[in-house]
Ligand binder design. Structure first.
Ligand code: AVJ
Ligand code: FE
Length: 440
């Protein structure tokens, strides 16, 4: 790597770290200390835990491991270890107070910037050291999305504000398109910031399938509800029906009935459910029940990725549905520019070669695949990032949402959660096997 290339990598790392920190600050500076230390939902950490955890991971991976510098605060590692304390138990811990947490993350960041300026970016350590910056930027941005989820769980007057997404393109789209059968390249070995679970690139054969051109909308979802979707066990899997009963599911999270219409609480602003918006805050089980009701099914993870990346003209896999360029505001609703998904049919410039819209951004899409490592998977930098979650407990979500930063989103990016979870910004789209319906 030339000196100029090294300098540009350092400059990019510094700029991306700074951009992530501005977002973390914006999510925490709008609330008083009491709201930062309080637990807004047992599913989420106190916001101040996320902030100090961001700083602690940065100190562990960048300052100590990559930089070889002495610890800033080794006494708090245990408090901010996500594996040591469940989210529900975090408010009772002797956490740093908001002022101390802010001072701590600033202190770590000053050391990080020294590491960014000075760490060797040549020879054997180049790939690891360069990747460490990307990993940390994505870690902070992922926790910023987690903090945004916490904001949605919070009660009280709105503190976050953003303009509505742009008006959709009014072209009438086909409901679904046929993705041709055959092999495609899934995963990546070349994306510099790809995490361990996205690697390596490998060939996967996928039979021909139909996929919806847009995510399922609130209007469509209300038809399912009006047709007794939540009352018909035959539409649900056994596990799904059991959960539907236990949790008394009747509508997406944050929906409430008002006379003959539904309202939705969106970050403290309550308004009528917008029929043309993708449905958000549904669990995997609800998504599956809807799909069965519609005579369809959820796509598998390989189908989703083929729909998002495969270019039938060249046979190669793209970085994004629209091509290889990084996401711009014309392509996708990412980066918390808006606080809600854009109406279905938006972002024509972000369509895939086959005309599938909104695969990236708007809502995370549940797919019917358990979390697993690709053939040749190698844990990096440690097993706890991905590998310990492999198995049947977690379902995959793809494509990012309005609250996902572009730095933590690409055609290969993989997210996962329990199939009952719906405080996340989760929606879905349907697929179907030609001629076969959901049984195909
Ligand atoms: C990939 C979003 C499931 O939040 O648990 C944050 C990302 N890993 N810190 C999570 C992550 C470690 C992870 N998800
Ligand atoms: Fe973390």
């Amino acid at each position: 790597m030339t000196t100029t290339e090294q300098e540009s990598l350092r400059a990019k790392a510094a700029a991306e770290l700074e951009r992530a920190r501005l977002r973390s600050a914006a999510l925490t500076d709008v609330l008083d200390d009491d709201e930062l230390v309080r637990q807004h939902s047992p599913l989420m950490s106190p916001l101040i835990w996320d902030l100090a955890h961001i700083g602690n991971q940065e100190e562990l991976w960048l300052v100590r491991d990559v930089g070889g510098l002495p610890a800033v605060r080794s006494d708090i590692d245990e408090l901010y270890d996500a594996f040591k304390h469940s989210r529900a138990s975090r408010p009772a811990l002797p956490l740093l107070k908001p002022g101390e947490a802010r001072q701590y993350v600033d202190q770590v960041r000053r050391k990080t910037m020294d590491v960014v300026d000075r760490v060797p970016l040549a020879g054997r350590r180049l790939v690891e050291n360069a990747f460490a910056f990307g990993m940390l930027v994505q870690h902070e941005q992922q926790h910023d999305e987690t903090m945004l989820i916490t904001h949605q769980t919070r009660k009280g007057p709105a503190v976050l504000h953003a303009p509505d997404p742009p008006e959709p393109d009014r072209t009438v789209l086909p409901h679904e398109v046929l993705v041709p059968g055959g092999p495609f390249t899934m995963g990546t070995s070349t994306e510099p910031w790809a995490l361990d679970n996205e690697r390596p690139a490998h060939q996967v054969h996928v039979d021909a399938f139909f996929i919806d051109t847009t995510p399922v909308s609130c209007g469509q979802y209300q038809e399912f509800m009006a047709d007794g979707g939540y009352e018909r066990p035959e539409l649900w899997t056994e596990a799904g029906w059991e959960h539907r009963n236990k949790a008394n599911l009747r509508a997406p999270l944050y929906w409430r009935r008002d006379g003959d219409r539904w309202l939705r609480d969106c970050f403290g602003v309550v308004g009528p459910v917008r029929d043309a918006e993708p449905v958000v805050h549904v669990s995997f089980h609800e998504a599956q029940a809807y799909a069965r009701w519609a005579g369809k099914r959820l796509p598998t993870e390989a189908e989703w990725e083929k729909a998002a990346r495969y270019d039938p003209a060249s046979g190669r896999s793209r970085r994004f549905p629209w091509g290889d360029e990084n996401p711009g505001s014309q392509h996708a609703n990412l980066g918390q520019r808006h606080l809600r998904p854009a109406e279905v049919g938006s972002y024509p410039a972000g369509a895939s070669p086959l005309g599938v819209r909104q695969l990236i951004g708007d809502v995370w899409e549940w797919v019917d695949t358990d979390f697993h490592g690709y053939p040749g998977f190698a844990a990096f930098p440690y097993r706890e990032y991905s590998e310990v979650f492999f198995g049947p407990d977690y379902k995959m979500l793809r494509g990012g949402c309005f609250g996902t930063d572009p730095a933590a989103c690409r055609g290969t990016f993989r997210n996962w959660d329990y199939p009952i979870r719906r405080q996340i910004f989760s929606g879905f789209r349907c697929a179907r096997t030609p001629g076969g319906g959901e049984l195909g």
